[in-house]
Design a binder for this molecule. Sequence first.
Ligand SMILES: Cc1cc2nc3c(=O)[nH]c(=O)nc-3n(C[C@H](O)[C@H](O)[C@H](O)COP(=O)(O)O)c2cc1C
Length: 187
Amino acid sequence: MKLYAIFANDNIAGTTHKIFKKAIQAFEDKGYQIDELNLYDKEKDIPFFHHDREYMESHPFYLENQKRFLDADALLLVFPLYWYSVPAILKAWLDMINAWAYKYEAGMYARPLHKIKKVFIIYACMQEKQHLEEKSQNPVAQQLSQTFKFIGISKIHTYVVDRVTKLNPDEITKHLEEINEFCCSCA
Ligand SMILES: Cc1cc2nc3c(=O)[nH]c(=O)nc-3n(C[C@H](O)[C@H](O)[C@H](O)COP(=O)(O)O)c2cc1C
């Protein structure tokens, strides 16, 4: 099984990076082959979506990402919540999941042209999970789940680290243990 593991934060000294590394370790222990992409390492190479097909289809990052995506059996997304959404760099990456990944024929969902069966979404936020889920209807979880369902991935597993800036070391350790468990049990 190949996991395409995407990290979307320039801060590699923070909690989200610890989460990313812990998740990768858990999937490696489960026997997954990992293809790791830190989007900020490529920030100068990632294009915004253009309707000009010739431009997109000759863009080196678009082509590289297409190959990596189509090689994967599972996806991991780790990111900090930015304005109830994904960081812009991750949205640019999502916008590139394009005609090569699915074929739209009719109805609610498209037919997948990829072989990804599962998506693992882990994100950190400052606010409380209860507030995000009950009072704000958790827009990021809804957006990502609709996007992945549309392209034919129904197994979507999500873990949230809330109050991220207020966590003490013991609480961070507890989250990392839970993330290990989350990855191992859903893998
Ligand atoms: C531009 C920006 C927007 C943010 N928007 C939200 C938000 O909508 N909700 C929230 O709870 N936290 C928000 N945050 C806080 C980040 O989620 C938090 O700083 C991050 O998860 C910390 O992770 P790190 O220590 O690994 O960098 C925002 C932070 C930034 C920089």
